[in-house]
Design a protein around this ligand. Structure first.
Ligand code: NAD
Length: 354
């Protein structure tokens, strides 16, 4: 079997400080015979020297397109730069291209033009369809942390990447903080567990709901909590947890709503009470004035804790990278890519390098 050459690229998105492989795991890959080239990247949370010390080769930022051998597998997290127009390599990243998202046809068209292939990390799943590497825990952690800070009047904007230690220090309850009730929906999932952990750090013991508790939804009970974090992964449409008219319910206690799920605009959206996400510059939007209800709906939460979220993700991805091309998970990933390409009338048969 030819040795695997992984090429860790610089992220084109300037605010993205995360990486799918941290230096400690880079060392393990190299120790297992993987050739690992790492591009220099001014914003990556881990300096290039740490990868170099781990035995990685170093390349210029963005040089994969011209310098990576054709059989190298290019690894990243978020979108590729707009060029080159034809993608000749196999790429591992979050493509966001299989649910009719804007730009999906263009991205798949670039792969078809170059003969490359996409192994989309969102579709790297086990036999039962469960994601093998995901950022959910830290999304939930941050979602609940920001909601608590807002509720206590201590959220400062713009948000900037931080560390768990610094974040946790801000979550410590102060003597003058009034008590409040919290609710996590989707509490048994990755994000839900993260949300519960952040509430615990903030000294709050939230009510936890998952599928069993929302089957026959008790909206008055939902509206009776001060802070709510939605962390569900909806796969089939269910009745919304909140509708516009619920916000006018007399006696509503709910003041702070954090939607980690951020399915805004989708038929699966369980919170159709807003139509635009919020962001690091303006994390909070007021949905109602009397009584107030504030929304936080940020769709790149884990990037705010780049070190911790990269380390977790990398640890989950490492064993699968060591099995690249061999395990069933990568085969399923490739099949998903082919299906999506066929749906766009683009499938041209086997990509190279298999
Ligand atoms: N905002 C962000 O930055 C960010 C980052 C990562 C993930 N996410 C999103 O967070 C969501 C959760 O991701 P995850 O990794 O935690 O998923 P997960 O599969 O680990 O957990 C989802 C949980 O939701 C529960 N659930 C599903 N439908 C429900 C319903 N109708 N009522 C109650 N519970 C329900 C499931 O039983 C499960 O426990 C996803 O939509 C994901 O895309 C957002």
């Amino acid at each position: 079997m030819t040795e695997l050459h992984l090429w860790l690229r610089h992220e084109a998105r300037t605010t993205e400080r995360r990486t799918p492989i941290v230096p400690d795991d880079a060392r393990r890959l190299v120790g297992n015979g993987v050739v690992l080239t790492v591009e220099e990247s001014p914003q990556r949370i881990f300096p290039i020297e740490e990868y170099e010390a781990a035995g990685c080769r170093v390349a210029r930022a963005g040089s994969w397109a011209t310098a990576a051998p054709r059989d190298a597998v290019v690894l990243g997290l978020k979108e590729l730069p707009g060029e080159p127009s034809g993608l000749t390599h196999r790429h591992i990243f979050f493509g966001h291209a299989y649910k009719g998202q804007p730009g999906a046809a263009e991205l798949l068209g670039r792969f078809a033009a170059g003969g490359g292939a996409l192994f989309d990390l969102e579709y790297l799943v086990d036999d039962s369809g469960r994601r093998l590497a995901a950022f959910g825990f830290w999304a939930g952690y941050l979602g609940a942390a920001l909601a608590v800070l807002r509720h206590r009047g201590r959220l400062r904007a713009p948000l900037t990447p931080t560390t768990k230690e610094e974040l946790d220090a801000t979550l410590e309850p102060a003597a003058h903080d009034a008590g409040f009730t919290g609710l996590v929906i989707g509490a048994l999932g990755r994000s839900g567990r993260g949300a519960r952990a952040a509430f615990a750090t903030a000294g709050v013991d939230p009510t936890c709901w998952d599928l069993a508790e929302t089957r026959d939804l008790d909206r008055p009970a939902l509206l009776g909590h001060d802070v709510m974090v939605n962390a569900v992964l909806a796969t089939t449409p269910v009745p919304p947890f909140l509708r516009e008219q619920d916000l006018d319910t007399p006696g509503r206690r709910l003041r702070t709503l954090c939607d980690v799920t951020c399915d805004v605009g989708s038929p699966l959206n369980v919170l159709p009470v807003y139509d635009e996400t919020t962001d690091w510059d303006e994390p909070v939007r007021r949905l109602c004035d009397e009584p107030p209800l504030d929304l936080i709906a940020i769709d790149n939460l884990p990037s705010l804790l780049p070190r911790e979220s990269s380390a977790d993700f990398s640890a989950a991805l490492l064993p699968h990278l060591l099995d690249f091309g061999v395990s069933g998970a990568w085969g399923r990933c490739l099949e998903r890519f082919r299906e999506a390409s066929r749906a766009h009338g683009l499938d041209k048969g086997e990509p190279h390098g298999e």
